[in-house]
Design a binder for this molecule. Structure first.
Ligand code: SAH
Length: 187
């Protein structure tokens, strides 16, 4: 995380070094997507990275679903390095463009240039089969159900960190993780 400067990934007016999520929402053109996107707080990024650290060794493959600002995808990429592959999938094209620009300003930029880091526009629920199977899959949005395509694309022995889904006795769905985070929904 010390290698990737959050200031490149937070829009002007935000507080990149505060330990709180920052809006990366777009103007009216993108309101069709309904839900605001945020770059997660640094403690949340650190927590996800520690959960996945054993699955982010040099040479490994990692998928970032709902890559948003691209910050975490960039960190994943420097961890798996030039022998590995990091893939981000984000459904808002403008965020994908912005994340690529931000990544180019730091040390993950050369990984983007040489194809070891890719950010794609798409529905993250479908994963990204081209670089499967993945050692690590991070889902940066809260899913109501476990997307089967992601499970299929996980390497045996690999790990996916998802917000925990509890189905309560009355059938309602509770979404949480150990940190009690509230994520933007995976839609
Ligand atoms: N880890 C990211 C989190 C961004 S917020 C960061 O720290 O920047 C979650 C993101 O998930 C949003 O950008 C939202 O647009 C995206 N998202 C929600 N549903 C999605 C889907 N089905 N496919 C791809 N991206 C999705």
């Amino acid at each position: 995380m010390m290698k990737i400067d959050r200031a490149h990934f937070v829009p002007p007016g935000g507080l990149p070094y505060d330990d709180a999520p920052q809006s990366i929402a777009l103007p009216l053109c993108c309101m069709q997507y309904r839900f605001g996107a945020t770059i997660s707080a640094p403690h949340m990024h650190g927590y996800c990275l520690s959960l996945l650290a054993d699955y982010l060794k040099p040479g490994m493959h990692v998928l970032d679903v709902g890559s948003g600002s691209g910050y975490l995808t960039a960190v994943f990429s420097v961890m798996v390095g030039e022998t590995g592959k990091a893939v981000g999938v984000e459904h808002i094209p403008e965020l994908v463009d912005r994340s690529r620009e931000a990544i180019k300003r730091g040390p993950a930029g050369k990984l983007l240039d040489n194809g070891h880091l890719e950010i794609h526009v798409g529905d993250g629920k479908q994963g990204w089969p081209d670089a499967a199977p993945y050692d690590a899959i991070h889902v940066g949005a809260a899913a109501a159900e476990l997307p089967q395509a992601l499970v299929d694309q996980l390497k045996p022995g690999g790990r996916m960190d998802l917000v925990i889904i509890n189905k309560l006795p009355d059938g309602s769905i509770e979404k949480k993780n150990e940190m009690g985070v509230r994520y933007v929904p995976l839609v």
